[in-house]
Ligand binder design. Structure first.
Ligand code: UDP
Length: 326
């Protein structure tokens, strides 16, 4: 199969590219390297087993000519290109909205033109500031005001979902929407916020671990290879078409406890330092206090269950950060 992955030089995209290459696909990626990196795809370009089967285009998904050519060549499209990370969104609000809304519209337009099946990577952010758990795909959503940039990411991802579903309903385009919860693993950097690589890097330097707020906010974390498996299975499933799926873990942990776990696993002498949200981000910043997915729907469709526990996830990031430091 010929697979196009937008955002293929990013953290999740490069793992997906590798998994597709491993199963014998011909893989095309497009990435503008805004948050992706050539380092992520170098091993794929250099692996002789993938010779003649891996093609990288460094360009924006907003470039019509590049997207026309790539979508025309490929059988299916995984659309992962997006502005990601709370810090990145706050620092680049306009770029984020443009890439997320116009970029997805462009991808859908191309897929409709060539009648190609497309999987859209949405985000657990779309749920907004819910306090209940677990979050179900058909739950209502609650956002803060438009004066708070943070919610622009949630709103832009939600708009992507509406647009994809509208293409499905009006043009019969086969679309699948995935709401990815916090995904973690090797190659993820803490540069755009992501808490586990940040904590691990801080611990490996024996520096204080920076917990934002009081640390009582919770998350669940999913291993990137489990997520990639789910994306491939959903793409291969006819039943998934026209549907929205949570993809996430079930082991809920407070950020404070996470910091303690990282200190224990690294054997660091670090302390935990709490930083008020207004210092970490901006005045009146609103965090999501709780974010736990219901995964009944995806389990029913493709049998997905997270296979990698949190300790294994943390250890894999520690290994990766140690190797990166050598
Ligand atoms: N966080 C933290 N310290 C950090 C980075 C993040 O306490 O150095 C917190 C952040 O405020 C959030 C959680 O960790 O409550 C997860 O943050 P991340 O940016 O990884 O993902 P989010 O769930 O916010 O998309």
């Amino acid at each position: 199969m010929r697979v196009l992955i937008t955002g293929g030089a990013g953290f999740i995209g490069s793992h997906l590219a590798q998994a597709c290459l491993e199963r014998g696909d011909e893989v095309y990626i497009i990435d503008d390297l805004s948050t992706g990196s050539l380092k992520n795809i170098k091993p794929l370009q250099e692996n002789t087993a993938y010779k003649g089967r891996f093609f990288a285009t460094i360009d924006s998904i907003l470039n019509q000519d590049a997207m026309l050519e790539l979508t025309g060549i490929c059988d299916v499209v995984f659309h992962l290109a997006a502005a990601v990370g709370v810090r990145y969104i706050l620092e680049n609000p306009l770029v984020s909205i443009k890439v997320n809304i116009q970029g997805t519209e462009k991808v859908l337009e191309m897929c409709a033109k060539f009648k190609k099946k497309v999987l859209i990577a949405s985000s657990s952010e779309v749920y907004g500031k819910h306090l209940h758990a677990p979050l179900r795909e058909d739950d209502n959503i609650i956002y803060g005001p438009s004066s708070k940039s943070r919610w622009s990411y949630a709103a832009s991802k939600l708009m992507d979902e509406f647009t994809a579903l509208a293409y499905h309903r009006t043009k019969g385009l086969p679309v699948i929407i995935t709401r990815l919860f916090n995904t973690v693993g090797p190659r993820q950097t803490g540069a755009y916020g992501m808490v586990i690589p940040r904590f691990v890097s801080q611990a490996l330097r024996n520096s204080p671990l920076t917990v934002y707020g009081d640390g009582k906010q919770t998350r669940t974390f999913t291993y990137v290879k489990d997520v990639v498996w789910a994306l491939q299975q959903l793409m291969d499933s006819e039943d998934a078409v026209g549907q929205v799926f949570n993809v996430g873990g079930t082991e809920e942990i407070t950020i404070w406890d996470l910091a303690e776990r990282v200190i224990r696993e690294t054997g660091a002498s670090s302390e935990i330092e709490t930083i008020p949200y207004e210092k970490a981000f901006e005045k009146d910043f609103e965090d999501m206090q709780r974010r736990v997915p219901c995964i009944e729907k995806i389990h029913g469709c493709i049998g997905f269950k997270p296979r990698t526990d949190l300790t294994t996830i943390i250890r894999s990031v520690i290994d990766d950060r140690r190797k990166a430091a050598i």
